[in-house]
Design a protein around this ligand. Structure first.
Ligand SMILES: Cc1cc2nc3c(=O)[nH]c(=O)nc-3n(C[C@H](O)[C@H](O)[C@H](O)COP(=O)(O)O)c2cc1C
Length: 303
């Protein structure tokens, strides 16, 4: 028997496959298909302290082997999440992760304090959203912005803290080191890559927001590269994501340095994809005599 479990910041996941934030709602659309307890964990839809309607449509555009989205963090708000979704998620799922966003530091602090008093297992900080006091550039594109929000949230909660990095930076390792120094227990990456598409007849951008975040299989090599770079730069564990669609992708991401993985866009085309990945990982371990996934994390042999 192989052991699929992984441990991150003292939290035990029965398997390393987690649904990625924003692609799985709060689990409610999938519970009719299979029990949430099949997954290692669920990272819930990004939440803000106040409810948000999100961006006007169109909010999704197709790309080669992926999608562009500009959903704009449509969500019920942290208090609504705690009241309406969290009890069912805790009852039906394994590790439940609250993905948190904010426009100013105080938003992050208020969200973290409310979640600290809840049953949530972990907090994942989305630092890809705009910092409104710094002209709208995302928190996560500078070491100072990433460090400021991590340190503020670290002081506001004792919950295990994952900081989710944006790939839209020159040097991902400096951001990873900055959040590690401020007390992040784990980093997750990658969030979406900034992109744009244009309708050649109307000459209008396809997304009403003009730009959006790209995800899906096309971004996978970028994600593997960044996870590998971070694995060599920080000591805290890494949750890898970005374009993972198959169990082979998941193993590749672990060899690059991920302790666990998240799947997002792949779930839109096949809601059962995470279950197939779990099965595939188990068979791969069995076939290769791997007893624990820790044996393969970061074990790529660079030339
Ligand atoms: C429609 C959509 C909504 C998303 N919403 C969020 C979000 O609320 N918070 C967040 O941190 N990431 C969000 N993401 C990013 C994903 O969690 C993930 O980082 C990214 O899509 C890369 O993984 P994938 O290629 O497996 O989808 C969203 C992605 C998509 C496609």
């Amino acid at each position: 028997m192989v052991d699929l479990s992984v441990r991150i910041a003292g939290v035990e996941f029965p398997n390393p496959v987690i649904a990625a934030s924003g692609t799985y709602g709060n689990g409610e659309c999938y519970t009719d298909l299979y029990p949430l307890s099949k997954l290692g964990g669920v990272s819930c839809k990004g939440m803000t302290i106040e409810p948000k309607l999100g961006n006007p449509p169109p909010r999704i555009a197709e790309t080669y082997s992926g999608i562009l989205n500009s959903v704009g963090l449509q969500n019920i708000g942290v208090h609504g999440f705690i009241e309406y979704y969290l009890p069912t998620l805790k009852e039906e799922g394994n590790v439940i992760i609250a993905n948190v966003a904010g426009a100013v530091i105080d938003d992050y602090i208020a969200a973290a304090e409310a979640l600290d008093a809840s049953d949530i297992d972990m907090i994942e900080l989305n630092i890809s959203c705009p910092n409104v006091k710094q002209g709208g550039a995302s928190w996560g594109v500078s070491c100072e912005g990433a460090a400021a929000v991590t340190s503020a949230v670290r002081r506001a909660t004792k919950k295990p803290l994952i900081v989710k990095l944006t790939p839209n930076v020159t040097d991902i390792t400096s951001i990873a080191k900055a959040v590690e120094a401020e007390g992040a227990d784990c980093i997750s990456l990658i969030n979406t890559l900034l992109g744009m598409r244009i309708d050649i007849n109307s000459r209008r951008p396809i997304l009403k927001n003009n730009m959006g975040g790209m995800s899906g299989p096309a971004v996978f090599p970028v994600a593997v590269r960044m996870v590998w770079q971070c694995f060599n730069a920080v000591k805290i564990p890494i949750i890898g994501m970005g374009g993972i669609s198959t169990w082979e992708d998941a193993i590749e991401m672990m060899l690059a340095g991920a302790t666990a993985i998240q799947m997002g866009t792949a779930i839109f085309t096949d809601p059962y994809a995470p279950l197939k990945v779990i099965e595939g990982i188990e068979e791969y371990m069995d076939k290769n005599g791997i007893k624990s996934l820790s044996e393969i994390v970061g074990q790529v042999k660079p030339w």
